[in-house]
Design a protein around this ligand. Sequence first.
Ligand code: ARG
Length: 359
Amino acid sequence: MLIEKATEFIHIMYRELGYDEITIKQRLDDIQDQINQTGTYRHTSEELTYGARMAWRNSNRCIGRLFWETLIVQDARDVKDNDGFIDAIHKHLAEATNHGKIQSYITIFAPEDDNPPIIYNNQLIRYAGYENAGDPAERTITQLAQHMGWEGKGTDFDVLPLIYQLPGEQHPRMHELPESLVFEVPIEHRSYPKLKDLGLKWYAVPIISNMDLKIGGITYPTIPFNGWYMVNEIAVRNFTDTYRYNLLEKVAEEFEFDTLKNTSFNKDRVMVELNDAVYHSFKKAGASIVDHLTAAKQFEHFERNEAQANREVTGKWSWLVPSLSPTLVSNYHHGYKNVMKEPNFFYKKKAESTGCPFH
Ligand code: ARG
């Protein structure tokens, strides 16, 4: 099984990169030897990097895949102790944030059969969720942090501590991220100044930390990775979903819309203006962000590139269609085959997973 998966991956990668069949044969012999001796094999750094990029390219839910070849990979496979772990996380935060010009970035710790450290958080940066404040999607991890002795301020935007476990240790540890490494954007609207009074903000870099990466039969369970935000992820989903910040009515009040009756179309108007606010607040703060229409155009570009390379683009329609004005973009008007190619990112099995899906 492992050798089959490895062979498939090596064939695809090495052929895409133009390696000859002799080189491929040599590498596969080497991998077979390693498997015979140790039961597994170790990716070269080139395989690790290209495998992670392929995993992004194969991510059916992601509209941002045009940039798959620009992913930066931090190889942290040999990091086992606390200082090394924290250094790798801090380095990821600093280099991915890049003073606002966000860089797509992944840090890859040891594979599952080589004692990896484990991260409990859903994203490296996330706001705590309390009974009456904060992000309801993070209540589980917030309770875990509190159970471990953490006390949040109780605001809507308390950055959660990192909760992680090192190989060989019995208990998880906790670490507060230095403020200087957490880029946050205060939200305001260019023509509705009262919006500022709500004190909304959001962090600039969404670093998913609850998925597995599978490359050539090897599973990497600790692989924080990020791109940059598409505006509607924050404005439409995080701020407006009723089971998230549920802000529609509060924002409508600040905008001084007198009614939210369905037929006034003010609910829709709030949504559009909130996207405008988030987008331009990010720009003003110097943080990368993309609007939904541009992102969809970039995805069309990706589809053309893939067609040219003779690869089929798989996708999950319900995720690729943006959550604001979906019919304005081409994705809406055709279907995608939702088949999982590998390498890819996978949700963890329920039992190990610590929280809610992040979308
Ligand atoms: N939707 C998630 C959030 O709002 C982030 C998922 C990843 N998004 C991205 N643009 N890379 O936190």
